[in-house]
Design a protein around this ligand. Structure first.
Ligand code: NOJ
Length: 545
């Protein structure tokens, strides 16, 4: 047990992302809120068994991008409650031995943030340089060819002061200038404020965007569009985004942020995870810092786009293991508020394989609310669509993965009181797909997650052990060991095909199946022989190691 004690909560634990608008509405206004989250902590801590709750933004905001356009970094938007509600939530989270991670949005504010209002008032404003301004070219041409990820140019003309300002996202989200020392100091103060209020860590929004080319050079064009995300972003994908984000100076900022977090870690280990959409493994891994002195982890999004078959997934896991700097800790993500729902992407059988994979690989899993019951991507009729991205670029809307949590089959699914109009409609399948009904079905997806979370807690090798892929596997099977000296070793095998597979690992001798994603097996295996049914994933506790 010695080695596991050396691990930290964010390495051992499982992170659960709550989208506050959609988790639980405590006051019947159709939108979720902080008090609602507090009222559901028993579910998270006891029923499900996760370890840390990450809250997407709940700060005052005009909601042009549903809270990722922050107007005040240190308060709570009235939709979600107030600071007293936040303090209650933190206290109750800690009482249950859970951790709380909040979102930090460093790349941009809302255009209604007092800093921006002041900055745009005059070219001589003391806050002018807190944002990124540029002159137009001849005949009013844009300062350069940079594009907004949400469509159109990344520059907006400010008639009052006669310059353009940069917005990598919506025009209502002007980019901050982290090269300005006062701005940087103000943002570090934001972190301090929340640390003082007791938060355990930060999820850092588009962490790689905050430093851009100081000369604002044009991005080179690509001969052929290459996807920046898992979905095609149209014109945005025709550029090599060399200059509009990820400038190497970004690393000095994360070193400073890490130092700040370390200074606050004497009694309570604090943590940072960055949203870093970089798919070149070596560049991505740099965000850990050469001496593990930057982010504790950059989110690893590669499983979101991988071809769902054994060979590709193994290659992905092995590449990650190979690229990690010495001592760096891996992590995996299978869903979030920007991606279409896991069960819709992979189908019900894929979702069960995904649960096994996510909770047994070496690394911290992040689970998105509702994925544990297999919530589907909802089809939102045009008149109810909310996401500004989808409204601007049809097909890229993210409302479908942000619908209210499905707690039970009563009207509004236990999220809002019956009769209330919820901010997004519930996915109609909530009548069958909901927490209450899945708890009463022993083989439900929710019970599979609960079992996996329980086993992760019971077997140190699953939380903190080494990963060792097994080579002699059939083409369609991904199998690996999780091992730790002095602890039971666990073999994980997942059949990605629609036919039965026989595995033989005689050298692994005897063991016992402790879980199948069909939730119907607990028999011994002899002489390392294991049969897997179509799409089956199983965990075997090995008797001899
Ligand atoms: C990434 C967030 O995850 C997304 O929801 C948001 O729209 C952009 N950053 C802009 O903040």
């Amino acid at each position: 047990m010695a080695k596991i004690l050396e691990s930290l909560w964010w390495q051992r634990g499982v992170i659960y992302q709550v989208y506050p608008r959609s988790f639980m509405d405590s006051n019947g206004d159709g939108a979720g809120d902080l008090a609602g989250i507090t009222s559901r902590l028993d579910y998270l801590a006891d029923t499900l068994g996760i370890d840390a709750v990450w809250l997407s933004p709940f700060y005052p905001s005009p909601m042009a991008d549903f809270g990722y356009d922050v107007m005040d970094y240190t308060d709570v938007d009235p939709i979600f409650g107030n600071l007293a509600d936040f303090d209650v939530l933190v206290r109750q989270i800690h009482q249950r031995d859970l951790k709380i991670i909040v979102d930090f949005v460093p790349n941009h504010t809302s255009d209604q943030h007092p800093w921006f209002v002041e900055a745009r008032a005059s070219r001589n404003s003391p806050k002018r340089d807190w944002y990124i301004w540029a002159e137009g070219g001849a005949d009013g041409a844009l300062p350069n060819n940079w594009l907004s990820i949400f469509g159109g140019p990344a520059w907006e003309w400010d008639a009052l002061s006669g310059q353009y300002y940069l917005h990598s996202f919506l025009r209502e989200q002007p980019d901050l200038n982290w090269r300005n020392p006062q701005l940087k100091a103000a943002m570090l103060d934001v972190l301090r404020t929340w640390l003082e209020r007791g938060v355990d860590g930060f999820r850092i929004d588009v962490a790689h965007y905050i430093m851009k080319d100081p000369f604002l050079r044009d991005n080179p064009l690509k001969a052929k569009a290459v996807q920046s995300l898992h979905k095609s972003l149209g014109e945005y994908d025709t550029q090599d985004h060399r200059y509009d984000k990820g400038h190497p100076d970004v690393h000095a900022i994360y070193k400073e942020i890490r130092k700040l977090l370390d200074d606050y870690s004497t009694h309570q280990p604090r943590f940072s995870v960055g949203e870093v959409h970089i798919f070149d493994w070596n560049q991505w891994a740099r965000y850990y810092g050469a001496n593990l002195d930057e982010l504790h982890m950059p989110f690893n999004f590669q499983l979101l786009g991988v071809e769902w078959q054994a060979r590709s997934i193994r290659r992905l896991v092995d590449s990650l293991e190979a690229v990690l700097p010495q001592g760096a800790w891996p992590n995996y993500v299978l869903g979030n508020h920007d991606e279409s729902r896991l069960t819709s992407r992979l189908g019900p059988q894929g979702a069960r394989q995904a649960a096994v994979l996510l909770l047994t690989l070496r690394g911290t899993p992040t689970l998105y609310y509702g994925d544990e019951i297999g919530m589907l991507e909802a089809q939102i009729p045009p008149e109810n669509q909310q996401d500004p991205w989808g409204l601007r670029v049809p097909g890229l809307g993210r409302d479908g993965c942000r619908t209210p949590m499905q707690w039970e089959d009563s009207p509004n699914g236990g999220f809002s009181p019956p009769g209330v109009r919820t901010w997004l409609p519930l996915c109609p399948d909530y009548l069958e797909v909901n927490v209450k009904s899945q708890l009463s079905h022993p083989d439900s997806l929710l019970n599979l997650y609960r079992q996996l979370l329980m086993l992760r807690k019971s077997f140190p090798s699953l939380q903190w052990g080494d990963y060792q892929p097994l080579d002699a596997t059939p083409e369609d099977c991904f199998a690996y060991l999780r091992t730790m000296a002095g602890e039971a070793h666990i073999l994980v095998a997942i059949n990605f095909s629609a036919h039965e597979l026989d595995l033989e690992y005689p050298e692994l001798s005897a063991g016992v199946v402790i879980l199948s994603n069909y939730m119907d097996r607990d028999e011994p295996v002899h002489e390392g022989r294991l049969s897997l049914r179509a799409h089956e994933g199983a965990l075997v506790k090995l008797a001899h190691v």
